[in-house]
Design a protein around this ligand. Sequence first.
Ligand code: GDG
Length: 725
Amino acid sequence: MGKTIIISNRLPVKIEQENNELVYKASEGGLATGLNSVFKQGNNLWVGWPGLAIEKSQEEEVHSNLIKQHMKPVFLSTEEIEDFYEGFSNETLWPNFHYFNQYTVYKEELWLAYQRVNQKFAEIVSEELEDDDTVWIHDYQLLLLPQLIRAISPNATIGFFLHIPFPSYESFRLLPWRRELLNGMLGADFLGFHTYDDMRHFLSSVNRLAGLGNSNGTIKVKNRLIKADALPMGIDYEKYAASAQDPETLAREARYRESIGTVKLILSIDRLDYSKGIPQRLRAFELFLSKYPDFKEKVSLFMVVVPSRDSVSKYKQLKEEIDLLVGRINGQFSKLNWTPIHYFYRSFPLPALSAFYRISDVALVSPMRDGMNLVCKEYVASRLDKKGVLILSEMAGASKELSDAIIVNPNDIHQLVEAMHKALTMPEALQIESMTSMQKSLKRYNIHAWVKLFMDELANVKKEQSHLKTRLIDNQLSEEIKHAYKQSKERLIFLDYDGTLVGFNENPDDSKPDQELIEILERLTKDKNNHIVIISGRGRQFLEEWMKPYSLDIVAEHGVWIKRMGKPFKTFIKINASWKKETLSLLERYVNRTPGSFVEEKDYSLVWHYRKVETGLGEVRTRELTSHLKYMTANENLEVLEGDMIVEIKNSEINKGKAAQKLMEIYPEADFLLALGDDFTDEDTFKAMPEEAYTIKVGTSASEAKFSVNSYKEVRKLLNEIIKS
Ligand code: GDG
């Protein structure tokens, strides 16, 4: 077992300058506590920035202090902090990923700094990285890092987790550097997101920008399988539950209660950020007081805003807006013995936070957009008496898990007002019921479960990759095939056409044999000991026309037709094609509704092609069409098959396996059997082959074949090699 290297922009400690001295403070973030147990074991390590521009002369000292605590610093200059961190990370990526594109800054020099700093991280990590290590990269500041590390260590085990939302393609596409950013992420083996929606958006961008599809989150990038999944981050539940009964917390609660009196409290805690919806919350509270005047003097908003990024101008403006709003509302409603809003612009130690959670009747968590939001989870974990009500924005990732909260749309001020009223008047029994259910879920999916799940998923992807590798044809295996080919007296070779001998084209008629393929076919068929069979789903005409020069056998339409060399096509099965008329008119309707699609008619099957259809629409129509067809063909002995950008309907008694069987009967003396194919229809061929045959799948998805190659180009390479042998 190698070590684990955790990498995030910030280390779990922050260094601050106090009276000309550097002081090291633990950072309280959820990530730091969650990974504490991981990075302090064995020789595990955390790599990141210590949160301050350190003087060159002090770097060595800081480095050695941190290394003792399993941390390795990445030092950033003042300029890098401005351009990489405040700039590209927080003024370009942050607003784009949170759908605040009116704030997105597009500046080439910020992008250059982002690339440089990611490269710097990669170099520092590579100094530590050994073969069996596991790398876990965190968040949007390091999107390029997975690929940069992969370039240095191609076999590294790399996980990536995004803590903020992954935006819809419609937002992500606005970034001039979208392709580079995405390719950076695709260097990872496993990518985790808080919610299914984030994962879905990511996969859609991968599809549109990198042209890669996925099957249940598994993507094939070049020769590597990688996986994306939704993995909502939990909190250290026991830590918050314990802190809620700590004597210091209880003492603080008593003090606060004494100062505030008996009023009810609505709690709001956020970092200063426009994504958190703080002004919207204040306006809603103002409207609440006007609409429900009975609550004046009976309820106060307890609002903590933690200073953050206040050197970025948008944050400065936000701070001013909040100050003004609080001033205006307090100015309008205050009484000598009642302050509507208690507003704190600073951070507090954990016991204070716990006391705030305990003392508040309602937690109002209403971000405009939030990757997850941990404050709402911490509030729930701190409610040891199970009372209290959580109002939660549907735009926070946490709302997917905490469906027992009062869920609101933060843009709907009236809904916010009604939610406050409902929360403040909720019967205790109901409060206990929903709190109990939320606590149960948060206890189970806590931070430790999250870390374990992430590590397990990453290890599983690696296992799958190595399983695929053992099937993938390497030099040794191709030598073995060459040797068997050479030793044999009579050979029978089944070759599928599209996707196996040639690549896919928008127009299937364009996939004619090119010069390289012509030469391969000539040489293969010239050898009198070879029986070559082209076994395809295509119609007779195309195959007859393009295979004419070679002495080989042809199987067309998945086995309906067999053509022995020099003879005409024959069919060996009695089949009925009366179903075609009605099905054809249905397919024509889909063509009318789906620009770019077309129907191919064969003797005993019909194919709907959608390769040229707008990305996404083809898949939607396929779902609709296949369910329509399955219903229509239920009693017809027909099969509906989904292939590479096609939907095919054929008689179910026809398949390539039966045709292959027939040809093996024709050539019973063959002592070398080879079958190559790329899609589901070739699986029947593979299944029909005897144990000693070489069956090779083109592509990495699951298959009955014994071996696999990555593409038609590798098929050609293999064929060229065996001919030469
Ligand atoms: C990003 C994503 C995602 C707050 N005030 C004080 C204090 N805090 C602590 C809270 C909580 C943390 O800070 C805030 O976490 P959030 O999740 O709410 O927000 P971000 O910092 O924006 O985090 C977010 C998160 O990553 C994890 O993936 O949930 O969506 O934006 O733990 O308790 N802690 C102390 N004093 C304070 O005054 N000690």
